[in-house]
Unconditional design. Structure first.
Length: 327
C-alpha cells in the first residue's frame, strides 16, 4: 500500500519451505527491483520474516495482523486469562459504534484484557464503515499497547543459553527462578539467576544485583528499565547512575530507547510474541532485547559493546532455552 492509499501487488513467490532464507531472497529481490524502503510490514507471524526484514530493510516496523493478535492472546497455553479476554473482546465489539469515515480519518478501538488494556489505531482512506469493520475483523491493524509490566508468577523457572565473544565472558547456560525478597525493608520481585539475584521494583525497574553472599554487586540510581505503556514506535531517554560496589565506582549513563517492532520470535523454548526494544548509550553499548509482555521475560537478547565501550568491544547473545510458568 502506497502513502496515497493505493495498493499494488509486487510479486508472487513459491517455495516448498518457509524460513529466513526464503524471505531474505524475497526482500533482496524487491530491493533489486527498486524498493528503497518499507514503512510498515504487516504479516501473520511468518517464520523467519522478522530476521530477514531486519537485514534488508532495518528501519521497517514489523506488525502482526489482528487475527493472529487475537488468536495468540486467547491461546490458553499462553495465558490463564483466556475466558476473561473472550468476554471482554465480545463486550467491546457489542459496544463498538462509529461514524462513516472521512478521507484520512482515524479509527480507534480499545479493549481490556486480563493483563492490560490494548489500543488499536488505524488510518482510513475514504472507505465505508462496513468495509472497515470487515477489515478490522479479518485483516490487520496496528500493534497493541501494553499498559504495564507484569512479572512472571513466583515459582516460574527458566533457562537461558548464551554465546559470548570479545570483552564479554560468562557461562554458556544459566538456570533462573522467579521469587520475592525484602530489600531495604520493602518487598521487591527477585530474578534468581544462578548465584546472583536481580532485585527489581514491581514495575520491573532494576534496583540492585546481589552476589552469592547477598551483598550488592551493582546498583542503579534511580532504578531503571523499560518505560510503560509500551507500543511500537515509542521512544524515551533515561539518565541514571550505575554503582559498582566492588571498587566503589559510579558511572553516569545517558541512554536512548526505542520500541522497534512487535514480532513473533522462535527460540528453543517455543514461539513468543515480543516487543523488540533497542537501547544505545554514551558508554558505547548497543543492546537489543526481545521482551515478551505475556510472561514478563526477555526471550532473546543481543548485547553489543562497540569499540567505544570502556570494557572493549564484545558481543553477548542469549535465547530462552526452557520455560515453566509457576503459580
Amino acid at each position: 500500500m502506497l502513502p496515497d492509499g493505493s495498493r499494488d501487488i509486487l510479486g508472487l513467490w513459491i517455495e516448498t519451505t518457509e524460513g529466513a532464507k526464503f524471505w531474505l531472497k524475497v526482500f533482496n529481490d524487491l530491493k533489486t527491483r527498486g524498493v528503497a524502503d518499507i514503512l510498515i510490514a504487516v504479516t501473520d507471524g511468518l517464520k523467519g520474516i522478522g530476521e530477514a526484514l531486519g537485514t534488508v530493510f532495518p528501519a521497517t516496523t514489523l506488525q502482526t495482523c489482528l487475527v493472529h493478535l487475537f488468536r495468540n492472546s486467547l491461546d490458553p497455553k499462553r495465558t490463564p486469562h483466556r475466558m476473561h479476554r473472550v468476554r471482554s473482546s465480545q463486550s467491546t465489539l457489542r459496544r463498538c459504534t462509529m461514524q462513516l469515515p472521512r478521507p484520512a480519518s482515524i479509527l480507534e478501538i480499545s479493549f481490556q484484557t486480563g493483563r492490560g488494556r490494548v489500543d488499536m489505531r488505524v488510518t482510513i482512506f475514504g472507505c465505508s464503515a462496513a468495509i472497515w469493520l470487515l477489515v478490522l475483523a479479518s485483516g490487520c491493524a496496528t500493534s497493541p499497547r501494553w499498559e504495564q509490566y507484569s512479572a512472571p508468577p513466583a515459582g516460574t523457572t527458566w533457562t537461558n543459553q548464551f554465546r559470548s565473544s570479545g570483552s564479554y565472558a560468562g557461562p554458556a547456560e544459566v538456570n533462573s527462578r522467579m521469587g520475592q525478597v525484602t530489600f531495604n525493608g520493602k518487598p521487591h520481585i527477585a530474578f534468581h539467576n544462578g548465584p546472583t539475584t536481580l532485585v527489581a521494583l514491581p514495575d520491573g525497574k532494576w534496583v540492585t544485583l546481589l552476589g552469592a553472599d547477598g551483598k550488592p554487586v551493582t546498583s542503579w540510581d534511580p532504578p531503571t528499565s523499560f518505560e510503560w505503556p509500551m507500543y511500537v514506535g515509542r521512544e524515551w531517554k533515561s539518565s541514571f547512575k550505575v554503582v559498582n560496589h566492588a571498587n566503589n565506582r559510579t558511572v553516569a549513563i545517558n541512554a536512548n530507547y526505542v520500541v522497534e517492532a512487535l514480532e513473533e520470535v522462535t527460540v528453543p523454548a517455543g514461539s513468543f510474541r515480543t516487543y523488540r526494544v533497542r537501547m544505545t548509550n554514551d558508554q558505547g553499548d548497543d543492546n537489543t532485547w526481545w521482551f515478551c509482555p505475556d510472561n514478563g521475560l526477555f526471550v532473546k537478547q543481543k548485547l553489543i559493546r562497540t569499540a567505544g565501550s570502556p570494557s572493549g568491544p564484545g558481543i553477548r547473545e542469549a535465547e530462552l532455552k526452557a520455560l515453566k510458568i509457576g503459580g
